[in-house]
Structure formats: C-alpha cells, structure tokens
Design a protein around this ligand. Structure first.
Ligand SMILES: Cc1cc2nc3c(=O)[nH]c(=O)nc-3n(C[C@H](O)[C@H](O)[C@H](O)COP(=O)(O)OP(=O)(O)OC[C@H]3O[C@@H](n4cnc5c(N)ncnc54)[C@H](O)[C@@H]3O)c2cc1C
Length: 280
C-alpha cells in the first residue's frame, strides 16, 4: 500500500521531505496518478501539494507576474491579467484537455511532466519564462529552456520543488497566437503546436517575432536565427516561404501513433501561414 501525505503548508512539506526523501510529489494527479494506475510507476509514498496556498494564484510584481505552480489551468484561464495580457497562454490553456482536467491539472504539473506536447510549454518559451525552484534552504530561477532537459526530464534536484513561473509582461507584442493541431478538437494531444508573439509594421512586414513549436522535437523548439530572418519579411505566403522551409529543415520530429515525422515537419512550417491576416 502507498502512503499519501497531505501537507497543509510549505513548512510541513519541507519536514515531510526530510523524513521521506523518496516520496514522489503530485499536484492535480492528472499525469502522475494516471501513470501509477497503468503500472508505469510504483512510488513507496506520495505527497499531495494541493493544500499549499502560497503556491497558488497569479501575482503581479512590477513588470513581472508570478504564476504559482499549484494554479490550476481553470484558475489561470479566468484570471483578468492572463485574459488581458497573456492571450498566447490563455489560448493554449483553453484547448488543454477537458474541463475536469483543467480543474485538476496545474501549471507546475504540466511543466514538470515536460512532454514536448504539453500545451502551456510553447507559450512559456515565447514569453521567455523563468522557473522558480525552491528547496527548504535555497531558491533559484532558471530560464524554462534550461529547466526542461528532454521528454519527462527537468532540472529538479532531490528536495527541490517547482514553486512557480515568472514572466515579464509581453509589452509591444500586439499579436498573440497559439494553435494546436490534433487528431480531434477535444481531449487530443498536440500532433504539432505553435505559439507566437509578433508585431507588424504599417506596410505589413514583421517587425518583431518570437515563435516556438511543440511536438516536433524532444523539447519545445525555438529558433532565434529563424526569428531574426523573419524580421522585415512581408506577412504574405511568398514573404514567409523561405522561413517555412527553414522551419521544416530545423525541426526534429519523430513518427508515432498520432502522426508521421514527415507530416509534423510539413505542418510545423505551414503553421506560420496562420499569422497572415493579423493586422497591426
Ligand atoms: C484525459 C487527459 C487529457 C489531457 N490532455 C492534455 C492536453 O490536452 N494537453 C496537455 O498539455 N496535457 C494534457 N494532459 C496532461 C495533464 O493534465 C497536464 O500535464 C497537467 O497540467 C498536469 O498537472 P497535474 O497537476 O495534474 O500534474 P501531476 O500529475 O500532479 O504531476 C505531474 C508531474 O509533475 C510533478 N509535479 C507536479 N507539481 C510539482 C511541483 N510543484 N514541483 C515539483 N514537481 C511537481 C509530479 O511529481 C509529476 O512528476 C491530459 C491528461 C489527461 C488525464
């Protein structure tokens, strides 16, 4: 039988982790408990984080916001700051799972699961998010691209937890776009996804862009050289043509039951065409 512990606050969590260093954490359990039920993992004890209030919610700090790791997707979706300034994130959360999954699943759980198909990840990459990692005695902040090391692998050491995500207001980016291509609209894992923040000039050329893709490599893929190449290009099929080819040559997708690598490569590039039609 597995012991399950339910600390009431963060101090109780640290005491528990000192006495049960082998315990596995969970928040909403929508990834971890599914893996346990299917026999993929069998931890000796579990620690449920859901009562720890200080790791919940969205808080503003100057130009930055902090999203607590235990904030559920539903809570994020109806938060006014996210609705107004972080549409790239709210568009992604709106298509994550189903309402019950969004009510239970958390931002921290989605990041630590580190699936290349995780819906919140590409938005966090284009938002240049930083992950706050805490242990009983230390706290550190790392860019999300350094925190996620590979599928299911993150830079978390024994005794550390993901406390939350910091991100700066994406000022000046008027166009915020997230799109997920799946095998059906609801409850589908992304076959390919793309998050973009963009600005265009009066003559319909890209003046600034950040763009990242999911499900086309071991982690989210963002190519700074393609972003630089796109600046100054007209936002037309012809203007984007060379960049589409560069994306298709740069991504490293795999074949799996949901789609072939070739299909993913093709779609990843062509998703750039979705940006046409936005106006400044
Ligand atoms: C039916 C269904 C549909 C789904 N659809 C989607 C989808 O469309 N898109 C998508 O991206 N995901 C989807 N998921 C996956 C899942 O719901 C999300 O990844 C969710 O955000 C996980 O959050 P959680 O709190 O439930 O994680 P948990 O299962 O609680 O934890 C996941 C992992 O993170 C670790 N962890 C959790 N919180 C912390 C923390 N604060 N510090 C350190 N480690 C931590 C756990 O140890 C575990 O390894 C789906 C899942 C189900 C069951």
């Amino acid at each position: 039988m597995t012991d399950v512990f339910l600390p009431q606050d963060i101090d109780e969590l640290w005491s528990l982790l000192n006495t049960k260093p082998e315990a596995v954490l969970y928040a909403g359990g929508t990834d971890l408990l599914v893996k346990r039920r299917s026999g993929l993992i069998d931890p000796p004890s579990l620690v449920c984080l859901e009562r720890i209030q200080e790791l919940k919610g969205v808080r503003q700090d100057g130009d930055w916001i902090f999203v607590g790791a235990l904030t559920t997707h539903s809570q994020l979706l109806c938060h006014p700051i996210i609705e107004n300034d972080y549409q790239v994130l709210s568009q992604a959360v709106a298509v994550l799972g189903s309402p019950p999954v969004r009510n239970m699943g958390t931002i921290g759980g989605n990041i630590v699961t580190a699936s290349p198909a995780g819906d919140t990840l590409a938005p966090w990459y284009v938002l240049d998010a930083e992950i706050e990692i805490r242990s009983e005695s230390t706290s550190r902040r790392v860019p999300i691209s350094s925190f996620i090391l590979g599928p299911g692998q993150v830079d978390l050491r024994r005794g550390e937890i993901l406390a939350g995500v910091w991100t700066k207001r994406p000022q000046g980016f008027h166009i915020r776009h997230y799109e997920k291509v799946g095998r059906r609209n609801a409850l589908a894992c992304a076959v390919v996804s793309m998050a973009a923040l963009m600005n265009i000039s009066a003559d319909n050329a890209i003046s600034e862009i950040r763009v990242a893709w999911g499900s086309v490599g071991p982690t989210i893929m963002r190519f700074r050289e393609i972003e630089s190449f796109l600046v100054g290009r007209p936002l037309t099929p012809r203007g984007l043509g060379d960049a589409i080819l560069q994306v298709q040559q740069s991504v490293i997708p795999i074949d799996d039951i949901r789609a072939s690598a070739n299909y993913r490569r093709e779609v990843a590039g062509k998703l750039l065409l979705r940006l046409i039609g936005y106006t400044s």
